[in-house]
Design a protein around this ligand. Structure first.
Ligand SMILES: O=c1[nH]c(=O)c2[nH]c(=O)[nH]c2[nH]1
Length: 284
């Protein structure tokens, strides 16, 4: 069967790195540390066809080398944000290897919060994972997309779902009062790689959360759209935003003994199947 290699990429995923930023003053147990942790995916595209089609590895920068590179770059990069470290990694691969035409770096941060104002103790309280993706194509500007995963939000009223399509496959009744719960993923593409990533991140997340609270939700679709539109309005540095909201259903529990009332108090929480709602909003 004749075939053509139409696309290929390779790299190392989940290179887990942490860094202590040390002010380098005072005794080791008194200096005030900053502690950051991320998992880094590196993917390369370029002149690698021969490795796939001929077993010719001469151009292959080993995935093990990709892993070593992440740790080597973390020594000198302050890891100020996952976006800025992603840019450092992508620029390294494009700068050093002429046969690499595109480098895609995806990072997920594991957030450590300072504990009890200690100079060197931290706690991870939050399920939220900040994410970033940097795609650098040779000869082009880097494209930076920031995001969050596992942002768990819920409201216990001010949500309903009525008047949806009627046919003989529908069984779900209209409801004017239900729990709306989701584990949101958001990704926002920055118009420029020079953006102040941390400030934009705070603006986007705070704005979306405020919008989640401030209205009666007629559907996940409407709420998602309101949140994305508010984020675009509040953050001019964002060119496009995609939100994904799985609908984590809380279904009214049928209580025993038979006939016991359940006045919207006790619910069965279901994982699967779940509704899956997603949309992208771009600036006009
Ligand atoms: O907000 C919702 N959107 C839907 O599309 C949907 N479908 C469903 O069964 N429940 C819900 N809720």
């Amino acid at each position: 069967m004749p075939s053509r290699l139409s696309h290929n990429s390779y790299g190392k995923h989940r290179v887990r790195v942490s860094k202590i930023r040390r002010p380098r003053q005072g005794a080791p147990n008194t200096e005030r540390h900053e502690f950051v942790e991320a998992a880094v995916d590196v993917e390369l595209e370029g002149d690698f066809d021969a490795a796939f089609t001929n077993g010719d590895n001469r151009s292959v920068v080993a995935t093990d080398t990709c892993k070593n590179t992440v740790y080597a770059l973390a020594k000198d990069d302050p890891l100020e944000t996952i976006e800025s470290f992603g840019l450092t990694v992508a620029r390294h691969f494009i700068g050093r290897y002429e046969h690499v035409s595109r480098c895609r770096v995806r990072l997920t941060e594991h957030v450590w919060e300072r504990l009890a104002d200690s100079p060197h103790a931290f706690v991870a309280r939050d399920s939220v994972e900040p994410t970033a993706e940097v795609v650098l194509t040779r000869g082009a500007e880097p494209v930076v997309t920031s995001g969050v995963e596992k942002l768990m939000i819920a409201k216990t009223t001010e949500s309903g779902f009525v008047d949806f399509h009627r046919d003989d496959f529908r069984t779900l009744p209209d409801t004017e009062d239900r729990i709306l719960a989701t584990e949101m993923t958001a990704e926002w593409r920055l118009a420029s790689a020079d953006a102040d990533f941390a400030t934009v991140r705070k603006t986007v997340v705070d704005t979306m959360l405020a919008r989640f609270v401030d209205h009666y939700s007629r559907s996940v679709q409407e709420t998602l759209h309101l949140m994305a539109a508010a984020a675009l309005d509040a953050a001019p540095a964002v060119a496009e935003i995609t939100l994904t909201m799985p609908n984590k259903h809380h279904l009214l529990a049928k209580l025993v003994p038979e006939g016991t009332a359940n006045d919207n108090e006790v619910f069965v929480v279901t994982d699967e199947p779940f509704g899956y709602i997603s949309a992208t909003l771009a600036r006009e």
